[in-house]
Write a protein that binds this ligand. Sequence first.
Ligand SMILES: Cc1cc2nc3c(=O)[nH]c(=O)nc-3n(C[C@H](O)[C@H](O)[C@H](O)COP(=O)(O)OP(=O)(O)OC[C@H]3O[C@@H](n4cnc5c(N)ncnc54)[C@H](O)[C@@H]3O)c2cc1C
Length: 494
Amino acid sequence: MGLTLALALERRGVPVRIIDSAATRTDTSKALVLWPRTLEMLDIEGCADRFVNSGIRGTGARLRSDRGELAHMTFGGLDSPFPFPVLIPQSETERILGELLEERGVVVERESTLQEFSSHDDGVHLVITGPDGKEEAVITPWLLACDGAHSTVRRGLGVEFSGTTLDMDFVLADVHLDGDLPDGELSIVLAPEGVVALFPIIGGRFRVVAEIHERPATDDGPTLDAVQGLLDRRVPVPLRAHDLVWASNFRINERKVEAYRHGRVFLAGDAAHIHSPAGGQGMNTGMQDAFNLAWRLSMVARDVAHDELLDGYSVERSAVADMVLRNAGAMTRMTGIRNGMLQRLRNAVIRVAGRRAAFRRRMVEQLSEVDVAYRHGDLSIHTPDQAPGLAPGDRVRDLDIVLPEGTPATLHEALRDGRFLLLSVGCDALEVPPDLRGLAHAAVTAGATRVPAGFVYLIRPDAYLAMSTRPERVECLLTTLSSLSTGQSATTAA
Ligand SMILES: Cc1cc2nc3c(=O)[nH]c(=O)nc-3n(C[C@H](O)[C@H](O)[C@H](O)COP(=O)(O)OP(=O)(O)OC[C@H]3O[C@@H](n4cnc5c(N)ncnc54)[C@H](O)[C@@H]3O)c2cc1C
């Protein structure tokens, strides 16, 4: 999370310093999936290929009971340049992010711990201890707390991490599995004894996650024999587990802060929200926090936008975390049903729903996070003449465009410099007034699915639509842009 934020800021010309109390980066697999929306964001950062080439492409997810298949979802039909999740251990994701940062001359300062901080008019005053134990005093304009679920910064702010710990126990194990399991597919078995999920990892490895009904005596995780026992009892196809790589137990916390912004201090990732791993959204949600904060902060840091732009980060990302907590919580509770009759009813409902293409598409869009939208965001502005189909706050799918010099590009490529894009679709190109060129640039395209011709679209640096209108009313888009630098509310300006 901190690595993603540092990379996105550094790319936009904001100098960063990144400290980590850990001596080395994680060597455990933890989050296993980069979902398509995260890949799209990494594409805007110009580095998605590095992740795609280092993982395996997920093809789908299959839900079964002990009596057979309940639902089978595939990612192939997803409307994205990345119609697949990339299955890649978090240790690899962090390695690649670390390398990308090092290529830009940023090295994580390890064994450096934030001890205390306080906000002042001239910035945030920090006390950091380095590997030699010596204290260093630092003043920084902004402190971005990506310090995990036990966040020192969140505690220092005195912010409540409200929520609950679920009364459910889980085991996880990374093992090698022999047996008839489709490549690149996630399998979830809703067995009468309890759920077991199998996620492919690189190199023939699988993550096995299962709910257990007895509190483990130690935190060591299950033995290989215990994993084999779970598979034998719960999975309806024969599987042989061998070469245990990593095992652990866990309980699920569902917690979130109310506000992500506290003056010059921002919370992001697990420091702001934690939830069930069902759906594999934790790290992805954190990385998308990073992209949202990075483009806003870079505009304020470059002095082209007013500090008010930073408030929208909390509003938008807090609403997304609320949704993720709800969905992941519902999935977890649904898999944890113990009553036999309710289990049969649940399975029957999933089997019926799973036959419906609309249900499968909805599930795939939710997992892929391409359905994340900011319709109630600070920059989602309705106009009387807005384009039909694509609402303010909706994701704009990558599309082919032409830059003013006649250079062909994709939307994602055009957004790489961190500015808004004024996209004329099926109408004449606009010229951005000189005083707004730090905030936006212009391009044209003939039109695309869900982006009807005859309109001008104001697209945010993270590829969400801010607003659209007819070319003759483009003044309201420019007024909105201009309001970003003055701090006058964008909604009022329109
Ligand atoms: C077993 C497991 C499985 C998971 N599976 C998935 C999954 O499938 N999909 C998914 O999306 N997510 C998954 N997650 C969640 C995912 O791992 C987290 O959401 C992600 O790591 C959060 O990143 P973060 O940077 O916010 O926090 P962390 O990864 O916890 O990083 C916080 C960093 O801050 C450092 N730090 C803490 N305090 C200080 C301090 N005072 N000074 C300096 N440094 C400090 C720590 O050393 C650490 O490096 C899983 C997590 C676990 C544990």
